[in-house]
Design a protein around this ligand. Structure first.
Ligand SMILES: Cc1ncc(COP(=O)(O)O)c(C=O)c1O
Length: 394
């Protein structure tokens, strides 16, 4: 038997007819960027989360970068985040010229330890960026409380946690602004790259909309006004008038990005969004099966607080015998993933930040012990039983 960590082909087979009809429709209509599907998907995503604005972009990394820029975070500012995440989290902070400041994680949830945040706050701190790692929500009440005391923003990196809930509220709606990724392997993934920014803040939404299209057009003009605290008239005029303030495409107000979700991806995401709750419930059922079946072994199964809904983007086990287990499972045709082998404070790319081994003991401890076993909605009973049987034998 061969079991992949995530089987995208199987998921695609379950939506094939509807997805192909929608994609073909896009191809035939000839509008490929920012059309009806993108607009409708953004509305549907807002309804799904119960949030005011959703601004789709090219990928999750860009979603984080644009969110940071919209908050005015840049050169020399500090953003406190977790060292136990995918590189894009800290990369986005460095990309805008800011400094990622790491606070260690909790060993149970793998998320940033709120009790370690305050000691990292300085006069340069502008934001905290918690990451709901593997689909497990962070301690948002405590994080927001610290942010309020020190007057800093909170940006959720919700790339891995679409559909997860904290105290009955959707992850992504618990801070100033949040970013999701639609990378194909995510719980809601497109057939390529995609991402989205969400916020309840009208001004931030306008700035993000402007940044995703070269700071141009009416949103560019409005964003310029917000950022420069001016009130220049938004002139509705035609392009031939050559007015400097004109809400038309080739009038640029900010140095922005080319970062848009395309129509084909949006069409696929609309088909998948309808099924997301059902798929996440299946993941939770699979996790429950693993948790119960692995009781009594010396593997540490994932922790889930009673007030969260974890969506198990990845199902992570811990063992001090990881190397042996991984090699045995691979021999049996079971794919395994290591998330994350190098905590971010020790990545070469961040060498300039000056961290050394021992600075983040929990993140380092986890990076030597954790491994992911197959987790996706379409896993069969037979496959789950096969995985558990071999884990128990080892
Ligand atoms: C925690 C986290 N943040 C950010 C990203 C970046 O998303 P993308 O790959 O869509 O750029 C990812 C994606 O893997 C992620 O897992």
């Amino acid at each position: 038997m061969h079991i992949q960590l995530i089987n995208l082909k199987r998921q695609y087979d379950s939506i094939k007819e509807e997805a192909e009809e929608k994609v073909l429709d896009v191809l035939l209509r000839g509008q490929y960027i920012m059309g009806e599907n993108v607009n409708e998907f953004e509305k549907e995503f807002c309804e799904f989360l119960d949030i005011k604005h959703a601004i789709s972009v090219a990928n999750g990394t860009e979603a984080l970068i644009i969110a940071l820029k919209a908050l005015g975070i840049g050169e020399g500012d500090e953003v406190i985040t977790t060292p136990y995440t995918f590189f894009a989290t800290s990369e986005s902070i460095s990309s805008v010229g800011a400094i990622p400041v790491f606070a260690d994680v909790r060993r149970d949830t793998f998320n940033i330890d709120f009790s370690k945040i305050e000691e990292k706050i300085t006069s340069k701190t502008k934001a905290i960026m918690p990451v709901h790692i593997f689909g497990q929500p962070c301690d948002m009440d405590e994080i927001n409380e610290i942010a309020k005391i020190y007057g800093v923003y909170v940006i959720e990196d919700a790339a891995q946690a679409v559909g997860s809930e904290y105290k009955r509220r959707m992850v992504g709606t618990l801070s100033d602004i949040a970013a999701f990724s639609f990378f194909p392997t995510k719980n809601l993934g497109c057939a390529g790259d995609g991402g989205i920014i969400v916020t309840n803040n009208d001004k931030l939404a306008t700035i993000c909309k402007a940044f995703r299209v070269h700071g141009s057009g009416e949103d560019g003009q409005k964003a310029f006004n917000i950022l420069n605290k001016t009130n220049k008239d938004i002139v509705i005029d035609n392009a031939t008038a050559n007015k400097i303030y004109n809400p038309m495409k080739y009038y640029n107000y900010l140095i922005g990005h080319n970062s848009r979700l395309d129509e084909i991806q949006a069409a696929i995401l609309r088909v998948k969004l309808e099924r997301l709750d059902k798929w996440n419930d299946k993941r939770r059922e699979n996790a429950k099966y693993y948790n119960e079946s692995l009781k009594g072994t010396n593997l540490i199964t994932p922790f889930e607080n009673e007030y969260v809904k974890h969506v198990y983007h990845l199902y992570i086990l811990q063992s001090e015998h990881r190397r042996q287990i991984v090699s045995n499972l691979n021999d049996k045709g079971i794919s395994i993933g290591i998330y994350y082998p190098i905590p971010l404070h020790l990545q070469k790319a961040h060498i300039n930040l000056g961290y050394k081994k021992g600075d983040m003991p929990n993140a380092e401890y986890l990076s030597y012990r954790t491994f992911a076993i197959p987790m996706f909605a379409e896993l069969t009973e037979e496959e789950k039983a096969y995985i558990v049987r071999h884990l128990k034998t080892i």
